[in-house]
Design a protein around this ligand. Structure first.
Ligand SMILES: NC(=O)c1ccc[n+]([C@@H]2O[C@H](COP(=O)([O-])OP(=O)(O)OC[C@H]3O[C@@H](n4cnc5c(N)ncnc54)[C@H](OP(=O)(O)O)[C@@H]3O)[C@@H](O)[C@H]2O)c1
Length: 310
């Protein structure tokens, strides 16, 4: 399968970037976020940073949440007359997500779930989940549920940054959900695609359950020049770094369709939209299977409730 190894996934990314048309949709000057409080996870990342900056430029007050401090990004936004706050969070630890939710000081009208990782090896999170599933999927599901429970997210939009690699997953392992098994270096891309399949299925189910108050859209940004491969072995960087530079999208460009999903008035009344860069697509059969997604949604929150209990 084309997304099952880092090598073939990179080739697919390069092909998509070079061969597929990418026609931007226009946001109107009226597509503003004045008065909207927004939260962006992964705001210090290649993609998250320009997303946070562009949302602020459209008037949102942006809470920048990432593992490291976003102070420099916040300062830059403020220097351009925008509003932003820095709220470091470790998505590998549900308690840190609780602290982030407690620190949110105004109800949110927009959440962009952008943080994501490709760890070189399996390792457990603070609550014992596989870290790839923990950060790429469970943390986002937990964050949204905690925000809603705290009355800090009851309207607006959620934009989920997923990946076309979700198409490599064919089923959901309900018994092993979040289990920190060792998939080895050869299994990294398969696990990454699986984590994004869970994320997309959850996003589609969230779109059904949270409508009409909250719209949930998802996107694969396509190949983006970023630090996503930071944990790759040194020898792999010799191939990856020049490939990224030559063929992957500059993050500033890749952020544009994410911002479109976040604030286009053309999407009013719609939910569950999935973009691959600028192209609207149907997610995989697995992510669109309503029975699977509904079971996954319930199983996820049962698991999170068990593991987050003090
Ligand atoms: N790059 C691509 O080609 C590509 C393609 C398809 C999809 N995506 C998706 O795009 C999203 C953004 O990735 P990127 O390419 O911008 O990668 P990146 O440059 O590595 O950025 C990742 C972001 O996630 C944050 N993060 C990682 N682990 C975290 C944790 N435990 N707690 C809190 N924050 C954490 C990072 O924070 P720190 O800066 O503090 O580490 C950083 O802000 C991801 O969901 C990725 O899966 C990327």
């Amino acid at each position: 399968m084309k997304y099952r190894s880092a090598f073939t996934a990179t080739l697919v990314a390069v092909r998509d970037r070079v061969a597929r048309p990418n026609r931007p949709l226009a946001l109107s000057p009226a597509d503003r976020l004045d008065g909207v409080d927004a939260l962006v996870t992964g705001a210090t990342g290649g993609l998250g940073r320009p997303i946070a900056e562009k949302l602020a430029a459209r008037g949102a007050r942006v809470t920048c949440a990432a593992r490291s401090s976003a102070a420099a990004i916040v300062s830059g936004i403020e220097a351009r007359g925008g509003r932003a706050v820095d709220r470091p969070v470790d998505l590998e630890d549900l308690r840190s997500i609780d602290a982030l939710v407690a620190s949110i000081d105004a109800p949110l009208g927009l959440v962009v779930l952008c943080a994501g990782i490709v760890p070189a090896r399996a390792r457990p999170t603070a609550q014992g989940f596989d870290v790839m599933i923990g950060v790429n999927y469970l943390a986002s599901a937990y964050l949204v549920e905690r925000l809603r429970a705290a009355g800090k997210l009851d309207h607006g939009r959620i934009v989920v940054v997923a990946s076309e690699s979700h198409r490599s997953a064919e089923h959901v392992d309900f018994e092993g959900l979040g289990v920190a098994d060792d998939y080895g270096m050869g299994g990294v891309m398969r696990r990454y695609g699986y984590s994004k399949a869970l994320l997309l299925a959850w996003a589609q189910e969230s779109a059904r359950r949270l409508r009409p108050a909250i719209a949930v859209h998802s996107i694969c940004p396509g190949p983006v020049e970023s630090r996503i491969a930071r944990e790759a072995p040194r020898w792999a960087h010799a191939l990856l770094d020049p490939t990224m530079k030559a063929f992957f999208s500059p993050a500033d460009l890749a952020a544009e369709p994410v911002v479109y999903l976040a604030c286009a008035s053309a999407l009013e009344g719609r939910t569950g939209v999935y973009f691959h860069r600028w192209i609207e697509k149907r997610p995989s059969e697995l992510a669109c299977d309503e029975a699977v997604a509904s079971r996954l949604y319930d199983a996820t929150y049962e698991l999170l409730a068990r593991r987050s209990a003090p």
